[in-house]
Ligand binder design. Structure first.
Ligand code: NAD
Length: 258
């Protein structure tokens, strides 16, 4: 009898960490759905197809607009199932709290926290029915500790850890695990974009931001790589990881050990 191929959805997977995780899952033989808010995801699909052993599709959905429910429905319609959900989409905004734009606050928290709630709530029933599932939330070291000028992001990522623990308890007896990965700084487009904002807020050069702000709290003094995060996500999918649930795994070069 043919072994059934598992299916995964990685939100926010047209660049950076999400794209790296999607490539890893596809290379390991899962059917993979990519997502972002943009209409066209063909470039990302082509990148993942380079290594894929199964099907690769793209589903456009804006997670700031409560489209996570429809996103999961579309993926289940296409693949007939959803076994691995990686909640990765996220955006950053850097400003002092008294100047933090309310629309920016809502966008940052809607994508990272509300979006994770919507996709998770829709994905759980099928996983529970089949007795196997993996939900992996890409939180951040900022889900464990704070930094100034990132009130919305830090609040949302701390919230994601609360959601991770709660859902893990709810499905603990059903073969479904729910975990968060908390990376330190990974040099992706999201971080490149912050270089400019951080330089402005702190009144220093972009190079100084890299050395004096981003890598300062990371004792290894190295950026985490996308491939490292993807490898950890893949391990969490393994049956040998079935007892890891409701937890957050820091991958931050020692940042939160202090
Ligand atoms: P990135 O900017 O490279 O990628 C973000 C992805 O999310 C893109 O595909 C983008 O299209 C998508 N996205 C943005 N808004 C969306 C929306 N409204 N709906 C759907 N998709 C949307 O960022 P990244 O650095 O790869 O970050 C990915 C995740 O990892 C984020 O949740 C981020 O908070 C987290 N993270 C990043 C770092 C880091 O240093 N890069 C560290 C810790 C955690």
């Amino acid at each position: 009898m043919a072994v059934e191929r598992k299916a995964a959805l990685v939100t926010g997977s047209t660049s950076g960490i999400g794209l790296g995780i999607a490539r890893k899952l596809a290379a390991e033989g899962l059917d993979v759905a990519l997502n972002s808010f943009e209409a066209d995801g063909s470039a990302a699909v082509a990148e993942v197809e380079e290594v894929a052993k199964g099907r690769v599709i793209y589903v456009s959905a804006d997670l700031s607009q409560r489209q996570g429910l429809r996103l999961v429905d579309d993926v289940i319609s296409a693949f007939g199932r959803l076994d691995v959900l990686v909640n990765n989409a996220g955006v950053q905004k850097v400003a002092p709290v008294e100047e933090f734009d309310a629309n920016d606050w809502e966008r940052v928290t809607a994508i990272a926290l509300d979006g994770t709630f919507h996709t998770t709530s829709r994905a759980i029933p099928g996983m529970v029915e089949r007795g196997w599932g993996r939900i992996i939330n890409i939180a951040s070291a900022h889900g464990l500790v704070a930094s100034p000028f990132k009130s919305a992001y830090v609040s949302a990522k701390h919230g994601v850890l609360g959601l991770t623990k709660t859902v893990a308890l709810e499905v603990a007896e059903k073969g479904v695990t729910v975990n968060a990965i908390c990376p330190g700084y990974v040099l992706t487009p999201l971080v490149e974009a912050q270089l400019k904002d951080q330089a402005k807020v702190h009144g220093i050069s972009e190079d100084q931001v890299k050395r004096e702000i981003m890598l300062a709290p990371q004792p290894t003094k190295q950026f985490v790589t996308v491939e490292e995060v993807a490898a950890l996500a893949w391990f969490l999918c393994d049956d040998m990881a079935r007892s890891i649930t409701g937890t957050s795994i820091a991958m931050d070069g020692g940042w939160t050990a202090r």
